[in-house]
Design a protein around this ligand. Structure first.
Ligand SMILES: Cc1ncc(COP(=O)(O)O)c(C=O)c1O
Length: 414
């Protein structure tokens, strides 16, 4: 596209925007189970109104916009209240999970260096299922990543013993997920915490998906193991508001056990021509709307609202699990939140994925082992039966396609 010589009126531009979106996933109808978290129209309206109210303001300037500074403090305080933050725990809002993880790694690295550790190339030890954001951040900071196979007991959980074998004097961080993305399973954070304390290694819990889900699931009586600052060895956490916090996109939290650890995160600089600056996170400009929308949704929903939404998601996951098992699928491990991965003993997951895609479902896949993947939202309660019905017909289509393929092959060689 070339920039038009003359600007166009808003109605024309709006029409073009609508046209652009015409082929996007129709997530509002519930047939998308990745990328978006659909808590319904009411929440979307709150996000929008609260976002636009502070859309032009900039969190980079806390003195100009004390409103945003206070809202960020409130968000962090609410987060720490949910995640057993001890006295003195603190954190900051970032633009997303990758950003939070990057900042936690930078903080852990600088902390290690300040203690005379990690004299050679720093490394991070993490389970194979941990999010690739760790690799991206490590790439940026020239840190070595040591991925460790999961336990081989079919639980899809991290293997603390195997991780222990990878730790050395240059390890700046160990990671556990709550839950991991590929399988939706919470790692054994207590065992990782014990190991972290024994070896004096920083443990980060990536609760990007579960940080604003697991506490409410637990309040609802789900069997959620300790995964947050309640576990002594946990030094930092990433928890995304724009996932199961149902905030507008561009909002996450990075949290630290103490102010002393947090102190290694901000960047202070006065060696340039401009004014001296301190920025807490990677961003310079910090979109005010992402802060106000997160703050607003948290206050709009409150504990009761989150408990109701997350309860709906857990119920939907249980309905999905029993429907899937009835169709002959194996559910990987024992998910307790909103992600579930599953595979069929005879039918190729990616062929099923393709059949489902052609039936209008936009979902995800897991590679190890090959399986289908759903990230469920409250809206999916309305459509999970349709999904299961379509999956049954997708299974039949893949089965008959495979039977036809076999016939072709045997005809060719007979
Ligand atoms: C477990 C986990 N960690 C980190 C991230 C990265 O979050 P973001 O996409 O907001 O950068 C994701 C994203 O899905 C995730 O599932």
């Amino acid at each position: 596209m070339r920039m038009p010589e003359k600007g166009q009126d808003w109605e024309a531009v709006r029409a073009m925007l609508e046209e652009r979106g015409a082929n996007d996933a129709k997530w509002r109808d519930g047939r998308t189970a990745v990328y978006v978290f659909n808590a319904g129209e009411e929440i979307e309206q709150v996000q929008k109104a609260a976002y636009t109210a502070f859309m032009s303001e900039n969190g980079l300037g806390p003195m100009a916009f004390p409103s945003l500074a206070q809202m960020e403090k409130d968000v962090i305080s609410m987060a720490l209240g949910l995640l057993h933050g001890p006295e003195g725990a603190t954190g900051a809002m970032t633009s997303g999970g990758t950003d939070s993880i990057t900042m936690a790694i930078k903080t852990a690295r600088d902390y290690a260096r300040s203690n005379g550790m990690a004299k050679e190339q720093a490394n991070i030890v993490l389970p194979q299922s941990a999010h690739l954001a760790f690799d991206k951040a490590a790439h940026l900071m020239d840190i070595e990543i040591r991925r460790v196979p999961l336990k081989s007991d079919g639980s899809y959980r991290a293997d603390p013993e195997a991780m222990s074998g990878q730790l050395d004097a240059n390890t700046i961080m160990m990671v556990g997920s709550a839950p991991n993305f590929p399988h939706g399973i919470i790692d054994p954070i207590e065992a990782l915490g014990d190991l972290a304390r024994e070896k004096n290694v920083w443990l980060h819990v990536d609760a990007c998906v579960g940080g604003y889900f697991a506490p409410f699931a637990r309040m609802n009586g789900e069997n959620v193991p300790p995964f947050d600052f309640e576990v002594e060895g946990v030094m930092s956490m990433s928890a995304d508001l724009h996932k199961y916090g149902y905030a507008a996109k561009g909002a996450s939290t990075v949290l630290f056990r103490s102010d002393d650890l947090y102190a290694f995160m901000p960047f202070k600089f006065d060696g340039w021509s401009g004014a001296p600056m301190t920025t807490p996170t990677l961003a310079g400009t910090r979109p005010g709307g992402a802060i106000s929308a997160a703050w607003a949704v948290m206050n709009y929903l409150g504990i009761e609202g989150y408990k109701a939404l997350q309860g709906r998601v857990c119920e939907t996951r249980k309905r999905a699990e029993s429907g899937l098992k009835a169709l002959g699928f194996e559910v990987l491990g024992q998910p307790v939140l909103g992600l579930v991965a599953f595979r069929h003993p005879d039918l190729h997951s990616f062929a099923l994925y393709s059949e489902m895609f052609h039936r209008g479902w936009f979902t995800s896949v897991t590679k190890e082992p090959r399986s289908l993947h759903l990230m469920l939202s409250p809206k999916h309660a309305d459509v999970i039966d349709d999904y299961l019905r379509d999956l049954e017909s997708a299974c039949a289509a893949v089965r008959s396609g495979e039977a036809a393929k076999k016939e072709q092959v045997s005809a060719r060689y007979s």
